[in-house]
Design a protein around this ligand. Structure first.
Ligand SMILES: Nc1ncnc2c1ncn2[C@@H]1O[C@H](COP(=O)(O)OP(=O)(O)O)[C@@H](O)[C@H]1O
Ligand SMILES: [Mg+2]
Length: 622
C-alpha cells in the first residue's frame, strides 16, 4: 500500500470541515479538515499492524493461491474433455472423460473448502488488526495533552475509532480478498492463455494496458472523493456529539432549528460525496466493460476465423472464450477493491495523523523524584520562575512573572473573569507547560517530574466536578484507590458531604450514573472535594470549587477549610470573598498580571483594588 492516496487533497470547502473547536489561528492545522499525515506514516502504521500477523497472512496467501489454482483448472479440464475426452469416448475409452468429471468435482469442492478457510482466516486477522488499532487510538488519545483535546474534539475521535476503523475492516475483510483474487486470476489466466495459444494470449495481455490506465485514473480521482467523504462523515459525527453534549444550552436557547439546518447541510455534504463516489465508480465500470467487451469480441472473431481456416482447435477456442469471460469478470470487483482501498487509505491516513500527534506536555524522559517530605512538613514550595504563557490558539494570557508560594501557605487568588486565574492554576497542575520559564515544585521543574508523582503531589478541584461511572465511594477514592471505607467516609464527613451521601438510595454504594444516583452540581462538588481531601496532595488547587454550592453548603465547606487546607500549600481561586478569610495571602490578578499581593488584612486596610472589592462585597452582604 502506498501513501500516495493518503495525502490530503485540497478539496474545495475542506477548510470548513470538522471545525467546532475554539477559534484557531489562521493556518492552524487543527482548523483544516484534518491533521497532516507525515509522509510514509500510513504505510508504517499498516506495516506495524500487520507485522505481528505475518505468519497468518502468509498462510492466508498460500490458501488463496491454492484456491485459485483449483478454480482456474476448470476450463483447462473442459478443453481436455472436448479435444481428447470426447474422441476417446467415441472409441469406447471412457477413462479420460471420467477422470475429467472427477477432477472437475474435486477442484470445485477443494476451491470451496479453501475459500472457507481463507474467509475465516482473513476475518480473524482483520479483527485482530482492528482491536489493536482501536486500542492504540484510545491509549494515544488519552495520553495527549489537554490542549489537543480542546481543539480536536471528541466527535472527531469517535469518528476515527468508528467509521474510519470500519473502512479499514472492509478493506481487510473484503477488499484484500478481491485484490488477491483479481491479481491471481489475471496472472494465471494470462499465463494459461499464452500457453493455450500465444497469439490470443498476447492480444488479451495487450488489452491490460488500457485497463491499467483506467484503474490509475480511477484511483487518483477516488482518493480525493473518499478523503472528502471521510471528512464529511466526521463532521456529521462532530455536530452530533457537540449538540448532544450541550443538550441543555441547546434546548434552553432554542438552538434546535439552527442545529437542524447545520446538520442538514452536513448530511447533504456527506450524501454529495457518496454520490460523487458512486458516479466515479459507474464511470469506471462502464469504461472497463467497454474495453473488455471490445477485446473479447475482437479475440473471438479472430479465433473463429482461425478455427475455420484450421489454425486453431475448436476445444482451444472454447477454453479461450471461457477464460476470456473469467479474465474480464473480476474487473467490476477490482473497482470494489479500489473503492475500499481509497476509503481505507483516507481513513488510515487520518488515524496515522492522529497517532503522529505527540503530547504537548510530554512525559519527563529522565524523571526526577521530589525530595522527601519530612513528617508533618507542611506542603511544598511552589515557584513560578520567569513564567509567561499563551494558549496555542491565542495571544499572551500571562505576561512574564515571578511568584513564590512558600510551603504550607494558603493563597487566595481573586480577580475578574478572564483575568488568568484558572490559567495560573492549570500551569501549576501542569495541564500546560509555560511558553517561557519554569514552574518548580520544591525546586524540581514540573517538566522533570514523573506524571504519577506530579498527580500525587498536585491536585486541582475545578468548577466542573466530574464524576466517573461507578459508585460514590469509588468516585471519592479515585485519588487513592487503596483507601478503606472508613477513610472514604472520614473524608466525606470532613467536608460535610456525609449526610447527603448517606441519604442516597444505596449510600456510598450508589451508582452515580443510575436512577437515584443522579446528584446535583453542588453535591458533585462536595464529592470532588472529598476526593481531593482523601488524595492528600502536597499542593491543592481549588478553582471556583465552591461555586455551585448553596450558602449553607458553602458554609459547611468553609468550616471544613481549615482541615482541608491544613498541612499543604493551597491556591484558592474564589468568586466569593468569604474564602479569602482563610488565606494567609491574597493575589489580585488583572489581565494576566498580579497587581496586588499581600496579607488579607493588609490589602483590606489599603486603598488598592482588593480593598474596593472587599468593601463592595461587605456592602452586598449587609
Ligand atoms: N483553552 C483556552 N484556549 C485559549 N484561550 C483560553 C483558554 N482558556 C482560557 N483562555 C483565555 O485566557 C484568558 C484567561 O482565562 P482564565 O485563566 O480562564 O481566566 P479566569 O479563570 O481568571 O476567569 C481569557 O482571555 C480566556 O479567553
Ligand atoms: Mg477561571
Amino acid at each position: 500500500m502506498t501513501s500516495t492516496t493518503t495525502g490530503r487533497p485540497a478539496e474545495p470547502g475542506g477548510d470548513e470541515d470538522e471545525r467546532d473547536a475554539p477559534a484557531a489561528k489562521a493556518g492552524d492545522p487543527f482548523d483544516r479538515d484534518d491533521l497532516p499525515t507525515p509522509s510514509g506514516a500510513t504505510g508504517r502504521l499498516l506495516a506495524s499492524l500487520l507485522r505481528p500477523m505475518r505468519g497468518r497472512v502468509a498462510v492466508a496467501a498460500l490458501i488463496i493461491l491454492l484456491q485459485q489454482a483449483a478454480v482456474q483448472a476448470g476450463p483447462l479440464l473442459v478443453a481436455y474433455a472436448i479435444d481428447s475426452g470426447v474422441p476417446a469416448f467415441r472409441d469406447h475409452d471412457y477413462g479420460p472423460l471420467i477422470a475429467v468429471a472427477l477432477g472437475y468435482a474435486l477442484c470445485s469442492a477443494g476451491a470451496g473448502a479453501l475459500q472457507y478457510a481463507f474467509v475465516r482466516m482473513s476475518a480473524r486477522v482483520s479483527q485482530d488488526v482492528l482491536i489493536d488499532l482501536r486500542g492504540r487510538i484510545f491509549r494515544h488519545a488519552q495520553a495527549l495533552s489537554v490542549d489537543f483535546h480542546e481543539r480536536y474534539t471528541s466527535g472527531r475521535l469517535i469518528s476515527r475509532s468508528t467509521t474510519d476503523l470500519e473502512s479499514l475492516r472492509e478493506l481487510l475483510e473484503e477488499g484484500l480478498q478481491e485484490l488477491i483474487y483479481v491479481i491471481l486470476s489475471f496472472a494465471s489466466i494470462a499465463v494459461i492463455l499464452l500457453w493455450l495459444d500465444l497469439a490470443t494470449g498476447a492480444a488479451a495481455v495487450a488489452s491490460f494496458l488500457p485497463l491499467y490506465l483506467l484503474v490509475r485514473l480511477y484511483r487518483k480521482r477516488s482518493a480525493v472523493i473518499f478523503a472528502a467523504r471521510s471528512t464529511a462523515i466526521a463532521s456529521v459525527i462532530v455536530k452530533f456529539a457537540e449538540t448532544m453534549n450541550g443538550i441543555r444550552p441547546v434546548q434552553a436557547f432554542r438552538r434546535e432549528p439552527v442545529n437542524d439546518a447545520a446538520f442538514r447541510e452536513l448530511n447533504a455534504r456527506h450524501r454529495g460525496t457518496n454520490g460523487d463516489a458512486m458516479l466515479e465508480n459507474a464511470r469506471y465500470v462502464v469504461g472497463s466493460r467497454l474495453v473488455a467487451n471490445t477485446a473479447v469480441a475482437g479475440i473471438v472473431l479472430w479465433g473463429a476465423y482461425r478455427v475455420a481456416s484450421g489454425d486453431l482447435a475448436l476445444g482451444v477456442l472454447a477454453a479461450v472464450v471461457l477464460y476470456l469471460r473469467r479474465l474480464y469478470d473480476p474487473i467490476d470487483r477490482l473497482s470494489m477493491f479500489l473503492n475500499s482501498f481509497a476509503s481505507a487509505a483516507a481513513s488510515v491516513g487520518k488515524i496515522a495523523g492522529l497517532l503522529a500527534q505527540t503530547p504537548t506536555v510530554p512525559e519527563a524522559l529522565e524523571p526526577r523524584e521530589l525530595p522527601a517530605r519530612a513528617g508533618g512538613e507542611p506542603g511544598r514550595e511552589v515557584v513560578f520562575e520567569g513564567v509567561s504563557f499563551a494558549y496555542r490558539t491565542g495571544g499572551e494570557v500571562l505576561p512574564r512573572f515571578d511568584l513564590t508560594l512558600p510551603a504550607g501557605q494558603t493563597v487566595a487568588v481573586v480577580g475578574s473573569t478572564g483575568a488568568g486565574k484558572s490559567t495560573l492554576a492549570k500551569l501549576l497542575a501542569r495541564f500546560y507547560d509555560p511558553t517561557e520559564g519554569r514552574v518548580l515544585l520544591d525546586g524540581v521543574d514540573l517538566r522533570n517530574l514523573a506524571t504519577p508523582e506530579l498527580r500525587r503531589g498536585v491536585v486541582m478541584v475545578t468548577q466542573e466536578a466530574f464524576l466517573f461511572s461507578g459508585t460514590v465511594a469509588e468516585n471519592i477514592a479515585i485519588g487513592r484507590p487503596e483507601a478503606s471505607r472508613e477513610e472514604i467516609e472520614q473524608a466525606a464527613k470532613a467536608i460535610g458531604a456525609h449526610d447527603f451521601i448517606a441519604g442516597l438510595p444505596d449510600g456510598y454504594d450508589t451508582d452515580v450514573r443510575k436512577r437515584g444516583g443522579r446528584i446535583s452540581a453542588g453535591q458533585r462538588q462536595l464529592v470532588a472535594f472529598a476526593r481531593a481531601l482523601l488524595a492528600d496532595p502536597a499542593v491543592l488547587i481549588l478553582d471556583e470549587a465552591t461555586s455551585s454550592l448553596d450558602i449553607p453548603g458553602e458554609r459547611a465547606v468553609q468550616q471544613a477549610m481549615d482541615t482541608v487546607l491544613h498541612g499543604r500549600t493551597a491556591v484558592v481561586i474564589a468568586h466569593r470573598l468569604s474564602t479569602v478569610e482563610v488565606a494567609d495571602r491574597v493575589l489580585v490578578m488583572e489581565r494576566g498580571r498580579i497587581v496586588e499581593d499581600g496579607a488579607p488584612a493588609e490589602l483590606i486596610g489599603g486603598t488598592g483594588r482588593f480593598a474596593g472589592l472587599h468593601r463592595a462585597w461587605r456592602e452586598s452582604l449587609a
